[in-house]
Design a protein around this ligand. Structure first.
Ligand code: DAT
Ligand code: MG
Length: 167
């Protein structure tokens, strides 16, 4: 089944200079990258992304982690991969959520750790299923930032909207 999936290289992955290694591992899937960017993560974006975990005791630390406050790297790399069984392939390569339980050859098994305060630093986010993928891709990307039409769009006219452009 053709699927799209949101991948985030989290602040620990960036701080540890793992971007290249992680992208190399993901390239084993032969999936196509259809969107990519570096994002400064607002609290609102982080809370919306992880809203299914808002009642967990680790939620506040998790939000700080995604925002880069634990690593002094206030950015993540966001990508959309597209292709056959994209979610299954990327989840498999990423490994289990808990990096100590992840297959040691997986991305999280290789590069993740649990901090002394109990945060799972697992280097990478991968959407868990098609419903999550659609919600997350729409949260992190505008339609024009993705080079293929993944989901239906509508066009709206917006006047008096302030835009930054090159001088
Ligand atoms: P996944 O990232 O594998 O989809 P998830 O959506 O259940 O897993 O959790 C999102 C993130 O929250 C996960 O990458 C790390 C953190 N997390 C999950 N369970 C945790 C726990 N028991 N203790 C600490 N952090 C946890
Ligand atoms: Mg998840």
């Amino acid at each position: 089944m053709m699927q799209s999936v949101l991948i985030l290289i989290k602040p620990d992955g960036l701080k540890k200079s793992l971007t290249g290694n992680i992208l190399t591992r993901l390239s084993e899937t032969k999936l196509e990258i259809v969107a990519a960017k570096i994002v400064r993560v607002s609290r609102e974006l982080a809370v919306e992304h992880y809203k299914h975990l808002k009642d967990k005791p680790f939620f506040d630390e998790l939000i700080k982690y995604l925002q880069g406050e634990l690593h002094d790297r206030r950015k993540v790399m966001a990508l959309v991969y597209w292709g056959k069984d994209a979610i299954t392939k990327c989840r498999q390569l990423a490994g289990a959520t808990n990096p100590e339980e992840a297959d040691p050859t997986s991305i999280r098994g290789s590069y993740g750790r649990i901090t002394t305060s109990g945060v799972y630093e697992n280097a990478i986010h991968v959407s868990a299923n098609e419903e999550d993928a659609e919600r997350e891709i729409k949260l992190w990307f505008m339609p024009e930032e993705i080079i293929v039409d993944l989901y239906p769009i509508k066009e709206i006219m917006q006047e008096k909207r302030k835009l930054k452009c090159w001088d």
